[in-house]
Each structure stands twice: as structure tokens, then as C-alpha cells.
Design a protein around this ligand. Structure first.
Ligand SMILES: CC(C)=CCC/C(C)=C/CC/C(C)=C/CC/C(C)=C/CC/C(C)=C/CC/C(C)=C/CC/C(C)=C/COP(=O)(O)OP(=O)(O)O
Ligand SMILES: O=P(O)(O)OC[C@@H](O)CO
Ligand SMILES: [Mg+2]
Length: 230
């Protein structure tokens, strides 16, 4: 199992309800992995509950850590965001330092995958929480991507438009400047067409909110990706 081969990922929010039937459709859809994460109201209880329900499907499972007190064992990977376009050190390396100070002795470093986030929708919760500077010119975004790959050597650069569909021209430009670092795109994918366009621009697409709004449309995003040649 290697996250570098994933093309489509569903992001499930532990703070949101999902019916068993819908969860089954998500987990049997053919998606490459299930990423569990959200930016608020994520607790150990709701993470454990969702994990238990997803585990039986045998898919690769990732916890995207947004709060240290909600980290549960048993995941294949722990994705750790660092928000490159926040000016608040807490969200870049502060919480990370605290967590490593506490758990550094027992961490399995091979399971921890740092993600360089560039948050581009100023209205999303993660932008507000982290004070991300989202009004960026294209060259500023490209510089964050290069910073992620060549300076911090991050395995993932994540263009986060959570809640809205992003600028695919910009996503394509970012892809062109990255060689080793995998480009994740997330935000507003709610149809087959948007999924295909985003996958043509990025390496991996992340589909979240539509799971809770229209399950048929969510499933269509995986089917569309499956029909697209690698
Ligand atoms: C038991 C066990 C295995 C122990 C191991 C412990 C472990 C794995 C420790 C990790 C070490 C470490 C370095 C941890 C870092 C801790 C930490 C809290 C880092 C901060 C992460 C961060 C910058 C969070 C900010 C918010 C953010 C970017 C979240 C990402 C997810 C996201 C944007 C989700 C979308 O949110 P949603 O709720 O859907 O929002 P919408 O309303 O917009 O839809
Ligand atoms: O919820 P949506 O808008 O699909 O975005 C997916 C993901 O990037 C959120 O962190
Ligand atoms: Mg969401």
C-alpha cells in the first residue's frame, strides 16, 4: 500500500453522521483509500466510532490529524498537515512540536506523512482556524509548492479549497513545478466532470462534503476516475 499511487480518496468527517448503507457504498465504491478527518468537533470518541465502522471493509485508512487528543491507533498512515500559508507558527510547527515532545519516543515515523497545506478558500473552516492567507497570486502558490518540495521535502502538497471548486488552471501550473512531491487537490468536487478535470490537473483528488449532500454524486466521482486512464 502506497499513498503515492492513490488517485481518488474519500474524506470522511468524524463529526458528521453517515448511515450504514451510505458508508457501505463509499467503502465498496473502488476508491483508493478512506481519509478520516475534519477541522472541528473531531473527538477521540467519534474517530474511534467511525474507524470501527470503516475497518471491516479492508481499505487503506488514514487519519488526518487535526487535534492531538483525537489520535486513535490502527491506521495505515497518519497524515499531518502543516499550513504553509498561515503566519501563525502554531499551525506550521507548534502543535507538531508539542505532539512530538509528548509522543516522540513511541512514534512509528514510517506511518507519519507530513502534508504541506496551501488553503485557498478563505471562507472554509480550516482557513479561519489557522488564519491562512488565502488571497494569493499564482506565483505565490507556486512558491509554496516549491518550498514544500525543495526546501521542506514534503511528500504531499495539498491545495485545499474545502467547500468550493478551485482554479484548475492554477492546479495544473502547480503540478508542472512538482516532481517528487505528490499533489493532492480537494474542494467542491461534486460531479463526475469535476472529478475528471481535477484529476487531470492533480495527482490525487479528495472528495468530502458531497458524501453528506448527495451520495449518488459522490459515488459518480469514483466511477469517473476509474474510467480515466492512469
Ligand atoms: C495512539 C497513537 C498511534 C499515537 C500516535 C500519535 C501521533 C500520530 C502523533 C502525531 C504527531 C504529530 C506531529 C501531530 C501533529 C498534531 C497537530 C494537531 C497538528 C496540527 C494540524 C493542523 C495544522 C490542523 C489545522 C486544520 C487543518 C488543516 C485540518 C485538515 C483537515 C481539513 C481541512 C478538513 C476539512 O475540514 P471540514 O471540517 O470538512 O471543513 P469544511 O466545513 O470546510 O467542510
Ligand atoms: O469537502 P470538499 O469540498 O469535497 O473538500 C475535500 C477536502 O479537501 C476537505 O478537506
Ligand atoms: Mg468538510
Amino acid at each position: 500500500m502506497d499513498f503515492k499511487t492513490w488517485r481518488h480518496v474519500f474524506k470522511l468527517d468524524p463529526a458528521k453522521e453517515i448511515a450504514d448503507g451510505h458508508l457501505e457504498r463509499i467503502c465498496r465504491s473502488g476508491t483508493d483509500a478512506i481519509l478520516i478527518g475534519g477541522s472541528d468537533n473531531v473527538t477521540l470518541d467519534n474517530v474511534l466510532h467511525l474507524t470501527e465502522r470503516v475497518q471491516s471493509y479492508g481499505l487503506p485508512m488514514v487519519l488526518e490529524v487535526s487535534a492531538i487528543d483525537s489520535v486513535a491507533p490502527g491506521f495505515d498512515y497518519y497524515f499531518i498537515p502543516t499550513v504553509l500559508n498561515s503566519d501563525d507558527p502554531k499551525w506550521i510547527k507548534g502543535l507538531h512540536h508539542q505532539a512530538i515532545r509528548e509522543y516522540g519516543e513511541i512514534l512509528d515515523w514510517n506511518e507519519l506523512i507530513p502534508e504541506g497545506y496551501c488553503i485557498l478558500n478563505g471562507d472554509c473552516k480550516a482557513a479561519k482556524l489557522t488564519g491562512a492567507k488565502t488571497q494569493l497570486a499564482a506565483d505565490e502558490v507556486l512558491a509554496y509548492a516549491r518550498l514544500a518540495e525543495h526546501f521542506f521535502r514534503l511528500p504531499i502538497f495539498y491545495m485545499e479549497y474545502s467547500g468550493v471548486y478551485g482554479d484548475m488552471k492554477l492546479v495544473r501550473k502547480v503540478k508542472e513545478v512538482l516532481a517528487e512531491t505528490r499533489l493532492f487537490y480537494g474542494g467542491g468536487i461534486d460531479s463526475a466532470d469535476k472529478a475528471v478535470a481535477a484529476l487531470n490537473a492533480a495527482d490525487t483528488i479528495v472528495v468530502g462534503n458531497i458524501i453528506y449532500e448527495n451520495i449518488d454524486k459522490a459515488i459518480e466521482t469514483v466511477e469517473a476516475v476509474a474510467e480515466t486512464a492512469d
